[in-house]
Write a protein that binds this ligand. Structure first.
Ligand code: BGC
Length: 450
């Protein structure tokens, strides 16, 4: 699956809208005559004049780990109800949602919008009630009269599809293509959810188990509110309730340095995903190099899921690239389809290349190249074609040991077919400088692994 560049752009910084939010006050008024179109203002928003990203919400204590509380445990300041007549009230430091007869789906939504973030919360749900948490969601007068829509992380009793992603209110149905894992939600008691939305990559965990890890289709919204759903119920069903607590969020800024882990292992470098690769965490090249961003909205960039292994003498990388039109028409290697790997072996983050720094490139036809100072004898690669692109597996000479960190990045170049690089997607450094400046590469840490 590919992602559209325009979409990635929208997912970038949040500073601009953060400055429009100030002090939340007031309380939530509920009316029994609410309809699907209704928005209930929960608070009076006071605008703080030009404070840039210095967003101050006195109710949300900033904690050292970068998380803030979305729910203050006392009242619903900062939240507003959209659609439906289900009720939301604060009970014993939790938000208690109750179904209402004849109501469509109801949502208690943050007033603030978020694009890239890590969200954690605890939830407890009644048997028979479908629930979920909206992320990056929207409600617009010109879309089904304010119908809440956008990606939803599912919450429901076992058996059920908790933790998978559904496109609420859009008629597109499930975003999660496969929902095969047994429900890890505990029916009785509290469940801990974690949602990591970083660019197009969405990951979810329930009680520590990873449930979903997908690249969001570009059609899904990239920024919007967080919303707590109480589903409508059948005529003679219910009443049911669902409760949330400890709802906390950490916003991720577009230039945050990314980290990944490499597991120990020595794979055969043949472009095939052998067993050793299974279970190694993957990262997505989801940051677009701005200077190369020439795609129109309906064109797709080529991206890769990347994982790494290491042993005493090598770093191994496996990149699964999505590319629907493979081309090697361009004159220069970096203008053709291909994957580039950058290593800063001594992790010095220098802004010019030292002897330990290297840039290596492999194209779908197997052609290898490197930055002028780098020696291709320290690099080996293999390529296989797949249904929707190709796999590049590489071996880079490099001393591996547990706990070692190196600077690392990956770049996927894409020529849609007319002999010009029209997109270049990086894992970490969104500049086009990594081939001479390693100071903004991501961090790779070698761990023992499974
Ligand atoms: C860059 C190109 C550059 C090339 C040099 C690539 O990573 O994206 O713009 O000319 O490296 O090898």
């Amino acid at each position: 699956m590919s992602v559209s560049i325009s979409n990635l752009k929208n997912a970038a910084p949040f500073a601009a809208f953060a400055m429009f939010f100030g002090v939340f006050g007031g309380s939530l008024f509920l009316s029994s005559t609410l309809t699907a179109q209704t928005t209930v203002p929960a608070s009076v928003v006071t605008l703080l004049p030009g404070h840039g990203s210095a967003f101050i919400n006195p109710l949300a204590g900033t904690q050292e780990d970068g998380f803030v509380d979305l729910f203050n445990g006392k009242n619903l300041d900062g939240w507003e109800q959209k659609n439906g007549t289900a009720t939301y009230e604060v009970v014993d430091g939790t938000i208690l949602g109750r179904t209402a007869k004849g109501s469509p789906n109801s949502f208690l939504c943050t007033e603030k919008e978020y694009d890239d973030f890590e969200l954690v919360f605890e939830v407890k749900v009644d048997k028979g009630l479908n629930s979920g948490v909206q992320i990056r969601s929207l409600s617009k007068p010109d879309y089904k009269e304010g119908r809440v829509h956008g990606p939803q992380v599912e919450i429901e009793w076992d058996p059920g599809e908790s933790g998978y992603i559904y496109s609420e209110g859009t008629k597109r149905g499930w975003v999660s293509p496969k929902r095969t894992q047994k429900n890890v939600l505990k029916n009785e008691g509290w469940n801990k959810y974690r949602v990591l939305a970083d660019g197009p990559r969405i990951q979810t965990w329930i009680n520590g188990t990873c449930v979903e890890d997908i690249e969001m289709p570009a059609i899904e919204s990239t920024k919007g509110f967080i919303g707590l759903q109480v589903h409508g119920i059948k005529k003679n069903a219910g009443p049911f309730q669902v409760q949330w607590k400890n709802i906390r969020i950490r916003e991720i800024s577009g230039d945050e340095r990314r980290k990944m882990k490499a597991f120990r292992g020595t794979p055969k470098v043949d472009g095939k995903i052998d067993d050793l690769w299974v279970g190694v965490p993957r990262v997505l090249t989801s940051r677009s190099i701005d200077e190369v961003d020439e795609l129109s909205e309906d064109q797709k960039a080529s991206t890769a899921w990347v994982r790494c292994l290491w042993d005493e003498g090598h770093l191994y990388c496996l990149a699964e690239v999505t590319d629907d039109a493979i081309s090697s028409a361009a004159g220069d290697e970096w203008d053709r389809d291909g994957v580039e790997f950058f290593v800063d072996r001594n992790f010095a983050r220098t802004s010019t290349y030292d002897d330990d720094d290297a840039q290596y490139r492999t194209e779908p036809d197997g052609n290898e190249s490197s930055g002028s100072e780098n020696d291709l004898s320290t690099y080996k690669s293999a390529v296989t074609k797949t249904e929707n692109g190709y796999i590049v597996e590489v071996c880079i000479d490099l001393k591996g040991e547990v706990g070692k960190k190196i600077g690392f990045d990956v770049q996927v170049n894409n020529d849609p077919g007319d002999g010009r690089r029209m997109s270049a997607m990086k894992w970490n450094d969104a500049s086009n400088d990594t081939y001479f400046d390693m100071s903004n590469a991501g961090t790779l840490e070698m761990v023992e692994g499974n």
